[in-house]
Design a protein around this ligand. Structure first.
Ligand code: ACO
Length: 274
């Protein structure tokens, strides 16, 4: 049933069974209000493929309603070394094609497949959830963008963020450019992307990329603590507040004040109304 609905909404025919996800190199676990997505191809530094992104989209489409926090993490020494480099070879990833074959497609086909890939990242911003990236080691290209798709980033002190795409002749197109600019500002985003340099933990903390830096051995606990803090607040107030905060940059002060009033009216009615 859920799969049929997902098919209707996203056009994806594949399932999100543990077996299918394992083939792709992903794990997905739900424990009450907490969902955990684990990139699970450590021997390839959690490199991502088209299948990773379409599975992430399907996980988002099928996310159980009770989930309030989604943790995204990577198995092994690196969060993710980005796109699977086989996708740049003529052979590509078996069953998934390659960029060199995509290059012969029309612009609208390319835009459509970029948009499909982006669906794997976009849902992590939904107001109904708070997403946390737990990042250790390398977060390169698509790995950096996956971390940027999350609301919060808690990082190990060995973290290495790198937006490698421009160095490879590409642009970052997995929804990462907007949160990067919003987090660090335009000048710093230009510096980070156009030099494809590595941002280490101390700088990530200083420029607002990371909420918290901890020793690698403390990463899991630090994420657990943050999840517990987030779950301690009223769910509906958290959703309404995230919605307000997300809309703030696109609104004038006057509009934002009006939006606060509308959200508060709904809250007061829910809390005290008859
Ligand atoms: N795609 C496919 N395989 C990869 C990738 C990748 N992106 N990254 C690592 N691997 C594989 C390696 O080929 C190696 O496989 P092998 O054991 O079969 O030889 C294995 O993962 C381990 O990699 P090492 O390089 O040995 O690991 P190390 O920890 O020394 O280095 C690092 C990690 C720095 C991440 C390095 O692997 C690397 O530079 N990877 C490529 C990063 C990259 O350019 N990504 C694309 C960014 S652009 C984008 O995402 C759109």
């Amino acid at each position: 049933m859920a799969e049929a609905q997902a098919r209707q909404r996203g056009g994806y025919a594949e399932d999100v069974s543990a077996e299918r996800l394992a083939e792709i190199g992903l794990r997905f676990e739900v424990d009450g209000e907490i969902a955990t997505i684990t990139l699970d191809r450590p021997e390839k530094r959690n490199a991502q493929t088209f299948a990773t992104w379409s599975a992430l989209a399907r996980i988002g489409e099928n996310l159980p309603e009770q989930v309030r926090v989604v943790v995204v993490k990577g198995e092994g020494p690196s969060f993710s070394a980005g796109i699977d480099l086989r996708m740049f070879t003529p052979e590509g990833v078996p069953g998934q094609g390659s960029f060199s074959s995509a290059a012969t497609s029309g612009d609208s086909d390319i835009a459509q497949s970029v948009s499909k890939a982006q669906a794997g990242f976009l849902w992590l911003r939904r107001p109904e959830i708070v997403s946390i990236a737990a990042v250790q080691g390398h977060a390169i290209g698509a790995g950096f963008q996956l971390a940027l798709s999350c609301d919060l980033r808690i990082v190990a002190d060995d973290v290495k963020f790198c937006m490698k795409e421009p160095a490879l002749g590409l642009v970052p197109d997995l929804t990462g450019t907007k949160p990067l600019v919003e987090l660090v500002g335009l000048a710093k985003a230009i510096d980070i992307c156009l030099t494809a340099r590595t941002v280490h933990a101390d700088e990530a903390m200083r420029i607002g990329l990371a909420e918290k830096v901890v020793a690698g051995s403390d990463l899991e606990q630090a994420v657990r603590d943050k999840v517990a803090e987030l779950l301690a607040t009223n769910r509906d107030a958290a959703i309404a507040t995230k919605r307000l905060l997300q809309g703030a940059q696109g609104r004038s002060l006057e509009e934002q004040c009006a939006a606060e009033g509308r959200e508060q009216a709904a809250r007061l009615k829910a809390l005290f109304g008859g």
